[in-house]
Design a protein around this ligand. Structure first.
Ligand code: IMP
Ligand code: MG
Length: 194
């Protein structure tokens, strides 16, 4: 595994993002909407850097299934959202890859009568965008590699790494091999990964 961003570099990125958000939104109350599950670490760190009034809620989205590293069908769950009418909303995700997740979620949030809806991603992968929208705030541009840690998973694991690492083909093949050997102990939840 190749380390792309250290914990210190990630923390500096979060500081920058929080300052940029407040520069744009001012001290108006902000409703942070995190995208489960990958954004949990970004949300936890970001909200502690956002001075001024903040509320937090979560939605769930999944496009990756099991060990697949290319997106499948998009599955969204928005039933935990509060009333967003008149609110200034900041949608927060871990990574902008094709952009399809963020585009779909922004459409849903804009339907709910918010005063403003902006988007923030920790990472944007180079050369992968398939949509016409751009996130309002981007922490880091990264190369087109599969990354894990700081909330991002491979097949449900590795989210807890304090740094961001890139998996190469050998890492992915090894993980798939381990998953195949493990097949006799099936995932008790059996749900798609977010
Ligand atoms: P998009 O809809 O293609 O932009 O995909 C965004 C979602 O795919 C993110 O919220 C992540 O959950 C997942 N994803 C995309 N690239 C990676 C990666 O390199 N590692 C882990 N998850 C990823
Ligand atoms: Mg995600």
């Amino acid at each position: 595994m190749e380390i792309l961003l250290s914990p210190d570099e990630l923390a500096a990125g979060i500081d920058r993002l929080a300052a940029d958000v407040r520069r744009v939104v001012g001290d108006r109350p902000l409703t942070v909407v995190g995208v489960l599950t990958g954004s949990i670490v970004v949300v936890a760190d970001l909200i502690r850097r956002l001075d001024g009034p903040v509320t937090v809620s979560m939605v769930w989205a999944s496009s990756y299934r099991g060990t697949a590293t290319s997106p499948g069908t998009l599955d969204l769950r928005l039933d935990l959202l509060p009333d967003l009418a008149g609110r200034h909303v900041l949608l927060v995700d871990d990574i902008f890859d094709t952009g399809r997740t963020l585009q779909a979620l922004l459409e849903e949030l804009r339907r709910r009568g918010a005063a403003s809806v902006r988007s923030l991603v920790l990472l944007r992968k180079a050369g992968r965008t398939e949509v016409a929208i751009e996130p309002d705030f981007v922490g880091f541009e990264i190369p087109d590699k599969f990354v894990v840690g700081y909330g991002l998973d491979f097949d449900g694991g590795l989210r807890h790494l304090p740094h961001l690492a890139a998996l190469d083909d050998a890492d992915i093949a090894a993980a798939r091999g381990a998953a195949a050997t493990d097949a006799k102990t099936p995932d008790p939840v059996g749900s798609p990964r977010a």
